[in-house]
Write a protein that binds this ligand. Structure first.
Ligand code: NAD
Length: 260
C-alpha cells in the first residue's frame, strides 16, 4: 500500500518506533530509522520485514534534542530518498519527579526531545510534502497528552504541547493531501515503561509481575498492554486513502484509560 513512499520514524531503534517502522516496511515503504544504541539489529529487522517489497532502509543517528542534527537528518533523507513522505515523530524520554524536585536540565531535555523535535522535523518535511502533493505526519503523543499523572510534569506538558502542534499544523494543511494527526498510546511494554515497573517493584518490594499488574490496574481498564504492532496498524490506517479526512485528531489506543 505504501510502495514508493519514504517514512522517517524518529526513535526507532527500540519499542514503539521500531514496531511502527516494521509495520510500514511490511506495507512497502522505504524506512529511515533514527535513535540511540544498537542500530545494526533494528536495520536488519526492518530490511527483513520489507524484503518482499524491495524496501530500502536508511539510518541517521541525529540527536533529536539538537536542531542542527535534525537539519542534517532531513537533508540526508532529501538526498538519499528524495524526501520524507511519512513522518512519525516518536522519539521520547521520561523522567519522574515532583515539580519542586524536577532537575531543570531534565525539563529542558524532555521538552526538546518530546516536543520541539517534532516542530523541527515538521517545518523541514512540510515543504516537500506540499510540493509532492502527498504527506502523512503522525505524532506519537500519549494518554499524557490528554490527562495528567503526578510526577510527570515535563512529559505531560510536552505531550499536551504536541497535541496543540498537531492541531495547528492540521488546520494549516486542511485543504491539502497532507494530514497531521497524533496517536495517544496508554501503557506499552517497552524499555521506557520497564524502567517505571522496575522502580515500582524496588520502591514497594514487589516481584516484577505484581509491579506490572499494579501499574496496569491503576490506569488501564483492559489490564492489557497496548502493543507496538497495534500502534503500527493504526499508523498504516492513518497513511491510507480512507484516512484522508482524519485531521488534527488525538487517537487514543489506551485500553480505556481516558474513558474513565
Ligand atoms: P523506548 O525507550 O523504547 O524508545 C525510545 C526511542 O527514542 C529509542 O529508539 C531511543 O534511542 C530514542 N531516543 C531517545 N532519546 C533520543 C534522542 N535524543 N535522539 C534520538 N533518539 C532518541 O520508548 P517507547 O516506549 O517506545 O516510546 C516511544 C514514544 O512513545 C515516546 O515518545 C513515548 O513518550 C511514547 N509513549 C510511550 C508509551 C509507553 O507506554 N511505552 C505510552 C505512550 C507514549
Amino acid at each position: 500500500m505504501l510502495k514508493g513512499k519514504t517514512a522517517l520514524v524518529t526513535g526507532s531503534t527500540s519499542g514503539i518506533g521500531l514496531g511502527i517502522a516494521l509495520t510500514l516496511a511490511r506495507q512497502g515503504a522505504h524506512v529511515v530509522l533514527n535513535g540511540f544504541g544498537d542500530s545494526e539489529g533494528p536495520i536488519k529487522e526492518v530490511q527483513e520485514a520489507g524484503k518482499d517489497q524491495a524496501t530500502r532502509v536508511g539510518y541517521h543517528g541525529a540527536d533529536m534534542s539538537k536542531p542542527a542534527d535534525i537539519e542534517a537528518m532531513m537533508a540526508y533523507i532529501d538526498k538519499e530518498f528524495g524526501g520524507c513522505d511519512i513522518l512519525v515523530n516518536n522519539a521520547g524520554i521520561q523522567f519522574v519527579a515532583n515539580v519542586e524536585d524536577f532537575p531543570a536540565e531534565k525539563w529542558d531535555a524532555i521538552i526538546a526531545i518530546n516536543l520541539s523535535s517534532a516542530f523541527h522535523t515538521m517545518r523541514l518535511a512540510l515543504p516537500g510534502m506540499k510540493q509532492r502533493q502527498w504527506g502523512r505526519i503522525i505524532n506519537i503523543a500519549s494518554t499524557h497528552g490528554l490527562v495528567a499523572s503526578a510526577g510527570k510534569s515535563a512529559y505531560v506538558a510536552a505531550k499536551h504541547g504536541l497535541l496543540g502542534l498537531t492541531k495547528s499544523a492540521a488546520l494549516e494543511t486542511a485543504q491539502l493531501p497532507v494530514t497531521v494527526n497524533a496517536i495517544c498510546p496508554g501503557w506499552v511494554l517497552t524499555p521506557l515503561v520497564q524502567k517505571q515497573i522496575d522502580a515500582r517493584a524496588q520502591k514497594e518490594g514487589l516481584d516484577p509481575d505484581e509491579a506490572k499488574r499494579q501499574l496496569l490496574a491503576e490506569k488501564q481498564p483492559s489490564l492489557q498492554f497496548t502493543t507496538p504492532e497495534e500502534l503500527g496498524a493504526l499508523a498504516v490506517f492513518l497513511c491510507s486513502d480512507a484516512a484522508i479526512n482524519v485531521r488534527g485528531q488525538a487517537w487514543a489506543m489506551d485500553g480505556g484509560w481516558t474513558a474513565q
